[in-house]
Design a protein around this ligand. Sequence first.
Ligand SMILES: *Cc1c(COP(=O)(O)O)cnc(C)c1O
Length: 222
Amino acid sequence: MCQELSVSLIVDAMSSFGALELNVRALGIDTVVASSNKCLERAPGVGFAIIREAMLRNCAAHAPSLSLDLCYQSRGFAHNNKWRFTPPTHVLAALHQALIEHESEGGVAGRGAHYRQNMDFMLEGMRKLGFRPLLPGSLQAPIIMTLHMPTDPAFNFDLFYNRLAALGFVIYPGKLTLANSFRIGCIGRLGEAEMSGALAAISATLSEMSVNLTHAEESRAA
Ligand SMILES: *Cc1c(COP(=O)(O)O)cnc(C)c1O
């Protein structure tokens, strides 16, 4: 559609970069932006853009920011391979190491498969506890799961969030979509041990609140 309308396509791939394949040629993408701190699993502090060269050249002198002028920074790299201003050296060193680990763990496919395992394990456990996913399986990406907010009046999301945090499991703090829902991230250096720990904490928290969602599921089915 962007090509038909002759407009640029800039993709914010923050939450998927490194774990989901993104074919910029096939999708006609002009620019992809992402950062160090999600699926690349490293310290926050550096973002990057992958930009069609012709587009970058056409952007000269358009940036409203001196230090974030990507066109001039790119020319600087070409000219003397240096940053124009002091870069976050420690963050970049960590990102460099993260890319080595990413590669050795199977690259995009390996990382995506790892997150998919986390997601499948967690979703299965959440279903058993009586939660219902917002999206059908075919639309649920292996990054962040979205679940319907339970309608049981004894379920209090703020309490749920705070109790889980106290037990060492921090989920997304609030709802994002129009639907009454909440989210749990499945990315990062987490595996089955952490996911089953989270499920145990969620189960314990539901019991504390005297919420039994499996009953609700049964009555809904009936
Ligand atoms: C996380 C995220 C952001 C924000 O990233 P920060 O590192 O918090 O600045 C922006 N866009 C998308 C799609 C994201 O998932």
